[in-house]
Design a protein around this ligand. Structure first.
Ligand SMILES: Cc1ncc(COP(=O)(O)O)c(C=O)c1O
Length: 471
């Protein structure tokens, strides 16, 4: 019995229902609540103490520690094939959101060398300024031994300064290094945002077509997701307004710049309406600006965070502009929120890789990343136009689409009664990955759409792949 009580408490700690530092009920009162002998609860607490989940004493009280010492340590000799004999909090959310790889629009994580990923936002890694990055990394490592030390959980100051300067200059965001946390990619940014925003049972409004890895993170914190329709002007703010009349919503997660996956840019009037609406209802906006750099229309569109920094948790990434493998992203948010995020980050992985952060800061200071972004913008817009030409000349009967103002992919509607899943599965058998509509649908609806990325590969390679889709 004491094992069952201990297991239940571990599950509550893992799910965040019992947070670090919180006090467990006294042994007498918990025993009374559960209808068990007090010694059973004492034994359960002793077990949790031994595993490192809690500390304290019967006299002073028992408190949840910040990290388990033993519980998750793998015993010597365990192999990766060992299966857990216990239930892990969050399992269900992850499992239900996962899709089979064959029809999955996301990156095929289980393949070492996929042939051709056209699922969306992968940059052309052949052009990454690797030599400059390697030199800067070497310099950081050899000349600054502090990069080997414990450091600021918010990231290396130099990189926070460089990012703030970039955000001020190119996105009109009124921020300084104090307003920025460096993360391991947007995914960690989203995890931190969800962590500080969501309490179990909260509602988070999301675009009904959107980014499943973000949904999974919100669900894992116990959120209920509420879909808001999207159209050619981005998320439907009138629909959100209607929802807010009936329901309390904690936050809205959006991709306003290039809506994921449709690529629609949120129109000016809707931006103003959205900000006013969220202010009125006290709804936080989580703005995922994952490929801001790749906007090809002459007029720049500024983030929502530029207009109202107090309402927005802004998340950006260097995955597109440099490379996904360096795992660098950033958050800009109100300072009280950032402080909580920094404390959470401390618990999660303490800090980032200071040598990489220093190296990338140097590339920003030298203008290397800005030059790279300009080169890639020219290259990607040419690739977009080439794919548009190909689809219009060769496949006009089979597909229709709008030409987006930015992004790294097209959102293509299939004419007739073609199944996007079938096409994606057929492509996957040839080692080509395209995103079928269903992957992006919160409700899991089969939609006659494909998301076809064009940025990561040469025009010829993309053309060859698209011709083999059997459109
Ligand atoms: C909507 C969205 N957000 C964020 C990201 C970037 O993720 P990360 O920075 O974790 O590599 C992507 C990349 O595909 C994306 O499509």
């Amino acid at each position: 019995m004491f094992v069952a009580i201990a297991d239940a408490l571990v599950a509550a700690i893992k799910a965040g229902r019992l947070s670090a530092g919180s006090r467990l009920p006294g042994t007498r009162s918990l025993a009374a609540t559960l209808g068990v002998h007090r010694n059973t609860v004492v034994a359960a607490y002793a077990e949790l103490t031994a595993q490192g989940w809690v500390y304290g004493s019967q006299a002073r009280g028992t408190f949840v520690t910040t990290a388990p010492i033993l519980a998750d340590a793998a015993p010597a000799g365990t192999t990766s094939a060992t299966r857990a004999r216990f239930r892990v909090a969050g399992d269900d959310a992850v499992r239900t959101a996962a899709r089979p790889l064959e029809t999955d629009g996301s990156t095929p994580q289980s393949r070492e060398h996929p042939a051709l990923i056209l699922s969306g936002g992968i940059p052309d890694l052949r052009h990454v300024p690797r030599a400059a990055l390697a030199r800067a990394y070497r310099r950081a490592l050899l000349s600054r031994k502090e990069v080997l030390d414990y450091g600021d959980a918010r990231g290396v100051l130099r990189l926070r300064e460089a990012l703030a300067a970039m955000l001020r200059a190119t996105r009109g965001m009124p921020c300084s290094s104090e307003d920025v946390i460096v993360t391991r990619g947007s995914q960690q940014g989203l995890a931190l945002a969800a962590r500080v925003l969501v309490r179990p049972g909260d509602t988070i409004a999301v675009e009904e077509l959107g980014y499943p890895p973000a949904w999974q993170i919100f669900r894992r914190e116990g959120a209920t997701l509420l879909p808001i329709p999207v159209d050619k002007s981005g998320v439907d703010v009138d629909a959100l307004a209607d929802t807010l009349k009936r329901r309390r919503v904690r936050a809205v997660y959006l991709t306003p710049h290039h809506q994921y996956p449709t690529l629609a840019t949120l129109s000016g009037p809707r931006r103003r309406q959205l900000l006013a609406l969220c202010q009125r209802h006290g709804v936080a906006i989580v703005e995922d600006d994952y490929d801001h750099e790749f906007h090809y229309a002459s007029r720049p569109v500024l983030p929502l965070a530029a207009a109202d920094p107090g309402q927005v948790i802004y998340i950006g990434t260097l995955s597109k502009i440099v490379a996904p493998g360096i795992r660098l992203g950033y958050i800009v948010a109100p300072r009280d929120v950032l402080r909580t995020m920094a404390a959470e980050r401390m618990l999660l992985d303490r800090q980032g890789d200071a040598a990489v952060e220093t190296a990338v800061a140097e590339l920003f200071e030298d203008g290397e990343i800005q030059r790279h972004a300009r080169r890639m913008r020219r290259l990607y817009v040419a690739r977009r136009d080439a794919l548009v030409r190909l689809l219009r000349t060769r496949f006009a009967e089979a597909v229709e689409f709008d030409v987006p103002d930015g992004g790294m992919s097209l959102w293509v509607q299939l004419r007739g009664r073609r199944s996007a899943e079938r096409i994606a599965a057929h492509a996957a058998r040839q080692g080509i990955w395209v995103g079928p509509g269903r992957y992006f649908s919160l409700a899991g609806h089969a939609l006659p759409y494909l998301r076809i990325g064009y940025a990561g590969w040469s025009e010829r390679a993309v053309a060859h792949a698209v011709k083999s889709l059997g459109l």
